[in-house]
Structure formats: structure tokens, C-alpha cells
Design a binder for this molecule. Structure first.
Ligand code: 5AD
Ligand code: SF4
Length: 380
């Protein structure tokens, strides 16, 4: 990192972005780094190499410059609002066998649960009563929730709560997605996890990345606001892979992008693998904000697992969405995608107070990315 370029930084000061940077002991900000951040912030297109260059910095001051630029882009394009999305994890049963995930089919140590339809409806009603404007229905790939059952559930939730409704139930058929959209679902989350086809196939038990990307295209075509995302620090993932992930985000222009560190789960084949790096995850988030401008970026729970203040750091580095878990407590502890997840929680009140202390506020709206998004189904 301290190559010939860095030496040209010595003794100089810059005034980009309103803060004057001066030489200090151990101060090492490369001119090229500043240039690229500045170009990105100004909306110029960064190449894959530029993305990789920003991503791989080892210098605290450089990282700081990157994160501050991201925070300014967030401020400029989205203002100070934080959108809350209440997550209901309604089933931890999954037919898939992803190597990284605690819900994987072969994990026999996990206590499995499936909330009843009435319990799910009531959890969303409670969320609405608490003031949330969006509910996210999330589960493993659980076939008990047929197209019809989920359609009925969506209708009932839309009719009784008026919440914006996000689904996150994995890869399903086009007809499933179509009927759920018609029933009133507004958004869909389906992370592609990694843009490397080989790594994807290895980590997801032989499944193909192209199927995932096809499903994401269907969702867009059907008028959902589409969320995707990745994991940072997967075993075998390179920085180039991460740069390609970011290029995918830009190319597909997802409406929401969840970026979280990989956390090794002891009951999976990846037990004992190294966790993703906290700081690198923040850099992926920051670069994504700089390139995507107005997309919704959650402060992911996995960041909060790696560092107590992780989600708040993310909110100061480009994130604008917070997703509290409102799953009934008896079930919540069994939704162990990765260790430490169930311990993470924050009441809405605590979030609001903390937000204010950061100069932010909780949004009173539904937080659609596009003002032209059409809510479909009973409430439209
Ligand atoms: N560490 C971090 N995130 C994980 N996920 C699954 N397993 C892990 C893990 N071990 C994330 C994936 C998936 C979502 C359900 O949880 O991104 O999309
Ligand atoms: Fe199932 Fe999703 Fe976990 Fe894979 S990541 S095992 S599809 S819950």
C-alpha cells in the first residue's frame, strides 16, 4: 500500500470535501485515492479497477475519507431519514443446504419452527401498532408456504395493516412471484450473495447463479421494488470478486442492497472459517452508496454482531435503513442464520433516540425508492 504513489503525498495538504488534510506522523493518503473518491462523489463512472483500488486500502485515513464521502452522498440524495423495516422471521425450515447458513437442511441441531398464519398476521399487526410502515416477511425456503397460502396471507396483511410489504422467501416460480405481487406484495429481497459463479455454486450446494439473477429479473419485471445483496469475506472470495459484486449492484441498479459480513456458523461445514472483516464490509457499503446514489442500504444485523456499534457505524457510512427484528421472542432465538444474531435487538424508541443523536430522524413514510412505485393489490 505504501508504494511510490504514497510518497508523493508527503508534505502536501488538500481541501476536498470541506476538510483540510494535513501531513502528520503516519499520515499516508495517496493522491490517487483522493482523486478517485472525489470522482465517485461527483458522479463520474469508476472502473472495476478503481473500485478494487478503493476497496483494498489499508490506511485508516483513506478509509475515513471514503466513508465520509459516502455519508455525504447519502445526505445529498436521501437526506437524514432512516427507514425502519420490521422483520418477521416466520419459518426457519429450509430445503436448501447453503454451506454458510445455520438454517441449512442438514443442520439437525437447530430447533425448527413454522409460525401459524394467524401468528404471522398478528406479528405484522403489532408492528403496525408500534408505528412501523413496512413489514418484511422472511423465511427459509419452506414449501409449506405454497403460492396460495402466501397469497392469502399477503392479502390479509395488506387489508388489515396497510403496511408496505416485503417478501424474502427465496427462489420460487415466476407464477408464485406474479400472484404474490397481485396479492399486494410491494418488495422482494433476494441476495445474490456472490457474483462469482463458481463460488456461488460451491457455497449453495450446486445451485446456479444464473437462476438467481433470472429470478431477480422476473421480480423487477413484475414491478416489485427489488432488493439484493452479498456477503463480504466468504471463504474463497477475492477482492476482485467483491469489486464485481459492486459492479453488479450498479448494473442491475437494485432498489435495496444488503451488504453484510460472512460470520462462520459452528453447525455448518464452514465452522471455524474466518469471519468477514468489519472494516472491509463498511468499505463495500460506502463504495456502493457512492456509485448507486439513492438506493436503500440497510445497516445489516451481521455488522451489529461483529461490533456492538456496527449498525450505527454503517448508518454513518452510507446506510439509511434499519431492520429491527419483531419476530416473537420464542421463535427468534431459533432463527440462527449465524451465531449472535438473536441477541441483536433494539426497541424502536432506542433507535429513534440514537438516530436523533446522530442528526438523523426516523422516517414517517414507507420508504419506497421510487416515488412512482405502485402498491398493487387490495390497497391500491
Ligand atoms: N453469515 C452472514 N450472513 C449469512 N447469511 C446466511 N448465512 C450467513 C452467515 N453465515 C445471510 C445471507 C442470506 C441471508 C438469509 O442471510 O446473505 O441471504
Ligand atoms: Fe436456506 Fe437461505 Fe439459509 Fe440458504 S441462505 S440455507 S436458502 S435460509
Amino acid at each position: 500500500m505504501r508504494g511510490a504513489e504514497s510518497k508523493t503525498c508527503g508534505g502536501r495538504s488538500w481541501d476536498i470535501t470541506g476538510c483540510v488534510l494535513r501531513r502528520a506522523d503516519h499520515f499516508m493518503v495517496r493522491e490517487k485515492f483522493l482523486e478517485k473518491v472525489k470522482a465517485g462523489e461527483a458522479g463520474e463512472k469508476l472502473s472495476r479497477q478503481d473500485i478494487c483500488f478503493l476497496l483494498t486500502t489499508q490506511e485508516t485515513q483513506e478509509q475515513d475519507i471514503l466513508l465520509k464521502a459516502s455519508d455525504r452522498v447519502r445526505q445529498e440524495f436521501l437526506g437524514d431519514e432512516i427507514h425502519l423495516r420490521a422483520v418477521v422471521e416466520f419459518s426457519n425450515i429450509c430445503v436448501q443446504n447453503c454451506l454458510y447458513c445455520g438454517l441449512r437442511r442438514d443442520n439437525r441441531e437447530l430447533v425448527r419452527y413454522r409460525m401459524t398464519l394467524a401468528e404471522i398476521v398478528s406479528a405484522t399487526q403489532e408492528a403496525a401498532a408500534m408505528g412501523f410502515k413496512t413489514a418484511v416477511l422472511q423465511s427459509g425456503e419452506d414449501p409449506w408456504f405454497t403460492r396460495e397460502r402466501l397469497s392469502d396471507l399477503i392479502r390479509e396483511i395488506k387489508e388489515t395493516t396497510g403496511l408496505a410489504l416485503t417478501l424474502s422467501v427465496g427462489e420460487r416460480t415466476y407464477q408464485d412471484y406474479r400472484d404474490w405481487r397481485e396479492a399486494g406484495a410491494d418488495r422482494y429481497l433476494l441476495k445474490f450473495e456472490t457474483s462469482s459463479p463458481l463460488l456461488y455454486k460451491y457455497l449453495r450446494g450446486g445451485l446456479e447463479l444464473t437462476h438467481r439473477l433470472n429470478a431477480l429479473n422476473w421480480l423487477k419485471e413484475l414491478g416489485y421494488e427489488v432488493g439484493s445483496g452479498n456477503m463480504v469475506g466468504l471463504p474463497g472470495q477475492s477482492d476482485e470478486d467483491l469489486a464485481t459484486d459492486i459492479e453488479f449492484f450498479r448494473q442491475y441498479d437494485y432498489d435495496m442492497i444488503g451488504i453484510g459480513p460472512f460470520i462462520a456458523h459452528p453447525q455448518t461445514p464452514l465452522a471455524g472459517a474466518r469471519n468477514g472483516e468489519f472494516e472491509k464490509t463498511l468499505r463495500v457499503l460506502a463504495i456502493t452508496r457512492i456509485l448507486l446514489r439513492d438506493t436503500n442500504l440497510p445497516a445489516t444485523t451481521a455488522l451489529g454482531v461483529l461490533q456492538e456499534d456496527g449498525r450505527w457505524k454503517a448508518l454513518s457510512a452510507g446506510a439509511n435503513v434499519f431492520m429491527p427484528d419483531v419476530t416473537p421472542i420464542t421463535y427468534r432465538r431459533h432463527y440462527q442464520i449465524y451465531p449472535g444474531k438473536a441477541q441483536i435487538s433494539a426497541s424502536e424508541e432506542a433507535i429513534a433516540n440514537r438516530a436523533v443523536s446522530l442528526g438523523r430522524r426516523i422516517s414517517a413514510g414507507s420508504g419506497f425508492r421510487s416515488h412512482s412505485h405502485k402498491s398493487s393489490g387490495p390497497n391500491s
